[in-house]
Write a protein of this length. Structure first.
Length: 244
């Protein structure tokens, strides 16, 4: 019997590797899944530094020589940066068989907008350090981005957020937040691997971003998941498992 392919799953900001459990359970017979807690989160809350290069080195050390790489939101940004920049030699993309990006963005193109977002991320990091995780988690969940989540999904997401520390989440915002990311829009045509872009039907912002990305990536497929919002893998794990 042939060995199962490996897929590495990168979670979003405030989540942990456990957030992928429903997806993994729906497709355990099809592939071997690795879903680590990324620096600043869960069991890796205390790991430093928290930046793109360090997290990507962790992923490459964990993964086998060839693997599929999937990421949601923050995890999608990290996955995309790893595929395009990796260790700086281009060798990382040679190890990736397929890239799956869920509710992900290549970053903010406008320098002024990026600087404003970096300042906002830093202010939010200070807020988490001051108030603790639980008050922040409730405010974070109230964003329009997560509107319409089924109660069971929202409850699971809240429990996930409580598994991280204030210092860890603050470090993540400052190190790999949207404001800290160098934009990758101009690099997208350099992706040589097949790319699946997944967005929720209710997630108008990231659906539009995925549509723009699909126009620039040579081998891209866009999948809009009906009835889902931003966190597609939480709301429709069976669909994401099938797409993986």
């Amino acid at each position: 019997m042939a060995a199962r392919a490996t897929i590495v799953l990168l979670h979003g900001f405030t989540q942990t590797g456990r957030s992928w459990d429903p997806v993994v359970a729906a497709s355990a017979e099809r592939y071997r899944a690795l879903a680590p807690d990324l620096r600043g989160h869960g069991a890796a809350s205390a790991r430093r530094p928290v930046d793109f290069a360090s997290i990507e080195a962790d992923v490459l050390a964990l993964a086998p020589p060839r693997f599929t790489l999937a990421g949601y939101s923050m995890g999608g940004r990290i996955a995309l940066d790893l595929a395009l920049r990796g260790d700086g030699t281009g060798a990382a993309q040679e190890r990736i068989e397929r890239l799956v990006l869920i509710g992900a963005s290549p970053g903010l193109e406008d320098p002024t907008e990026r600087a404003a977002r970096r300042a906002a991320d830093d202010a939010l990091a200070h807020e988490i350090e001051r108030d603790g995780v639980e008050p922040f988690a409730r405010r974070w969940a109230a964003q329009p981005l997560f509107a319409g989540q089924p109660p069971v999904v929202a409850a699971a997401a809240h429990a996930e957020r409580l598994r991280s520390t204030p210092d860890g989440l603050a470090a993540s915002l400052r190190g790999v937040g949207t404001g800290a990311m160098e934009p990758l829009w101009d690099d997208l045509p350099a992706l040589r691997v097949p790319v699946a872009l997944i967005a929720g039907e209710r997630d108008a912002k990231f659906r539009a971003i995925a549509e723009r990305m699909a126009e620039r990536i040579p081998h891209a497929e866009l999948h809009v998941v009906s009835g889902a919002g931003h966190a597609v893998q939480l709301e429709r794990p069976e669909v994401v498992a099938a797409l993986l």
